[in-house]
Design a protein around this ligand. Structure first.
Ligand code: COA
Length: 240
């Protein structure tokens, strides 16, 4: 029997006031150019912090300096990925770590897998959203839309809506299709529990799995998150 995959390491970070020293000067020219294009200083700062954080964690895994980490993209919609290091990696030869990052306002969530399992994560801050039932009716699968519509208006409905949204977006980020893939392309469910998904053949995955995440107690209230991977995978929250 195949052994279970090693855990996906998850970490939350406040991108406005990060609780760790970030190597912000490690960004490459493409990242610096992108940072310069943000209209608002707040968005620029969050992007820089997010990229420096990602570089730091990938560098830790590879045993190289954050500025030596190189990124590429995969697929037509530009899913970011680590470029195979030329040499000196701490990981077994040929193993390239995978990651996926999500942010909602100043809140960041990073998922990292040392064994190279494709990942998708999404983080959302549940908030008042009057159009929840309308958006769900238009963009979710029928059973999901019905669950949103029948939830009590207000906080309960918003929780169901954003939980479902995070599960769908995590799946779309796993495949790299992103939102143009269509929120209704797979039924990811409204419950928090893990489920195996029926994946359309054209998505290029033999199987997929999604789960809502239980965030550590120290994480700000109101955040909802989900993780998608090709198969059931244990998770480890990184602290400190
Ligand atoms: C991927 C996507 C769903 C992310 O939306 P978002 O609201 O920014 O959500 P998140 O904060 O969860 O994710 C952002 C991170 O996802 C990652 N990402 C970018 N493209 C991705 C893709 N195709 N698949 C998976 N992850 C992707 C990046 O790390 C990005 O972080 P960065 O902005 O710091 O580089 C969205 O950008 C998308 O659909 N992209 C594909 C097509 C596209 O570019 N369309 C134009 C906008 S609809």
């Amino acid at each position: 029997m195949k052994p279970p995959p090693s855990p996906v390491v998850l970490e939350y970070l406040d991108l406005d006031t990060p609780a760790l020293a970030l190597p912000t000067s490690s960004l490459d020219s493409a990242e610096r150019e992108r940072a310069a294009r943000f209209h608002f200083e707040e968005d620029r700062r969050r992007f820089i912090h997010g990229r420096a954080w990602l570089r730091l964690r990938v560098a830790d895994l590879l045993g190289i300096e954050p500025k030596a980490v190189e990124f590429t993209t995969v697929g037509e919609r530009g899913k970011p990925a680590v470029l195979s290091p030329v040499g000196g990696s701490l990981l077994p030869t040929g193993t390239v770590p995978t990651f996926n990052l999500s942010h909602s306002a100043q809140h960041g969530l990073l998922a990292l897998h040392a064994g190279g399992l494709p990942l998708g994560v999404d983080l959302e801050l549940a908030r008042p959203f009057e159009r929840a039932a309308r958006i769900a009716a238009r963009h979710f699968n029928a059973a999901e839309a019905a669950a949103v519509a029948t939830a009590a208006e207000g906080a309960e409905r918003e929780a169901v809506f954003f939980r479902t949204w995070t599960r769908k977006e995590a799946y779309l980020k796993l495949t790299g299709l992103g939102l143009p893939g269509g929120l209704a392309c797979v039924e990811t469910g409204t419950e928090a529990a893990a489920r195996s998904l029926r994946v359309p053949a054209e998505h290029g995955l033999a199987s997929a799995w999604v789960t809502s995440l239980e965030l550590p107690a120290s994480t700000p209230a109101g955040l909802l998150a989900a993780l998608a991977a090709p198969c059931a995978v244990p998770v480890d929250w990184r602290r400190g």
